[in-house]
Design a protein. Structure first.
Lengths: 77, 300
């Protein structure tokens, strides 16, 4: 359950970082030297990598349903 | 100083036929797609829909090519003022807003169906009486047994998240890493780094699309998971299909950015086009993460 919570929190963090990058992109119009857009997008992709690692950990430990995904191969018959 | 001098010159282009061709392209694409789905569901062996769909895509692609070329040419001729550049930024803002709302609607449909409708049809809550229509129906998610299995047979199985979808997630997150490296290459004034990592990103995007196409083929031919196999199949293909369409669009954007990078169009001070395309690629990646988490992993 904790892993699922962590996955959702990291996903929301991804959304926030992406939104912040958008704000920087639209304000700086690709001109400012500060390059805030690239910085926020780097944070965004780091969060995505963290999310992927948490998912991989859940896959390895089985906490996110590895091998026992409830609907996988569930037969209608 | 007179009032007139205080304003920048706002370039207004000559009248153009391009919007007419764009409208024609959109019409043909959607008309072809509608026919394609109708032919599929009716089991008609005709390729009319596919041909019109591809023709529409071709008209649209060609129109956009000439449209972009014209905008880039005008930009290089320094016809654009700061005020006009802000118009482009606003155009991009509205485009992104419409994209966010577009996916919010489909994710909203998924959550609504999952959390409420499936339960109501099974007798839950104040709308439970609809249960009387299908007494044999058992609510579950994913919906393997639809209320009317004769008309809408559910899928035999559903795709495991730990096979191709996980591979696709790794591919797309890696492509976000490569586009970020390219972005830093642009900021550092390193054109070689920009070009090489852009090529890597485009390659990863294309591989993603091929894996997705293979997954669809597997779902249709081996699992009985189709657009017509109940609400799970419908929401699954709507969400992942439209996402795939956006990856395709993002890949085209990046290909154009690659050509522009090769021609040396970007500088640290003038790179809104690249930054907007890079941001769009990150957006497409986040949508996929949402799909992977909510449709595949937490789908139970």
């Amino acid at each position: 359950m904790f892993l699922k919570f962590l996955v959702v929190v990291l996903f929301i963090a991804n959304l926030v970082a992406l939104g912040t990058a958008l704000f920087a992109l639209l304000n700086d119009e690709g001109r400012k030297e500060g390059k805030r857009t690239a910085r926020f997008l780097t944070i965004r992709v780091s969060l995505a990598a963290a999310l992927l690692m948490v998912i991989a950990f859940g896959f390895y430990t089985g906490d996110l349903g590895v091998g026992g995904v409830p609907w996988y191969d569930a037969s209608r018959q | 100083m007179s009032t007139q001098d205080a304003y920048e010159e706002y370039y207004v282009p000559h009248n153009s036929k391009l919007p007419i061709f764009a409208s024609l392209g959109i019409f043909l694409t959607l008309y072809g797609m509608g026919n394609m789905f109708n032919e599929m569901s009716a089991g008609v062996d005709s390729s009319f829909g596919e041909i019109v769909f591809l023709l529409g895509g071709l008209v649209m692609g060609t129109t956009l090519f000439f449209w972009f070329a014209q905008v880039i040419k005008e930009n290089h001729e320094k016809l654009y003022s700061n005020q006009l550049n802000r118009s482009f930024v606003w155009g991009m803002s509205w485009f992104i807003f419409s994209e966010v709302m577009f996916f919010a609607a489909f994710f909203g449909a998924l959550f609504y169906v999952r959390m409420f409708v499936v339960g109501w049809l099974g007798g839950e809550g104040e709308r439970g009486p609809s249960d009387m229509l299908w007494p044999e129906y058992t609510p579950e998610w994913p919906l393997m047994n639809t209320p009317d299995p004769e008309r809408f047979p559910g899928p035999q199985a559903i795709i495991s998240p730990w096979g191709l979808p996980l591979v696709n997630t790794i591919l797309l997150v890696t492509s976000s890493v490569t586009i970020t490296i390219a972005h830093h290459g642009l900021n550092d004034g390193n054109r070689k780094k920009l070009i090489n990592w852009l090529v890597a990103t485009i390659a990863l995007g294309v591989v993603f699309l091929f894996v997705q196409a293979y997954e669809y083929y597997h779902a249709y031919n081996d699992l009985g998971l189709t657009l017509g196999s109940g609400i799970f199949g419908t929401t699954f293909f709507m969400l992942t299909g439209f996402h795939g369409a956006h990856v395709t669009l993002g890949t085209f954007m990046l290909i154009i950015m690659l050509f522009r990078a090769i021609k040396g169009h970007f500088s640290k001070e003038d790179c809104f086009g690249f930054e907007a395309a890079a941001w769009y690629w990150h957006f497409v990646d986040v949508v996929w993460l949402g799909l992977f988490v909510f449709v595949y992993v937490l789908g139970s």
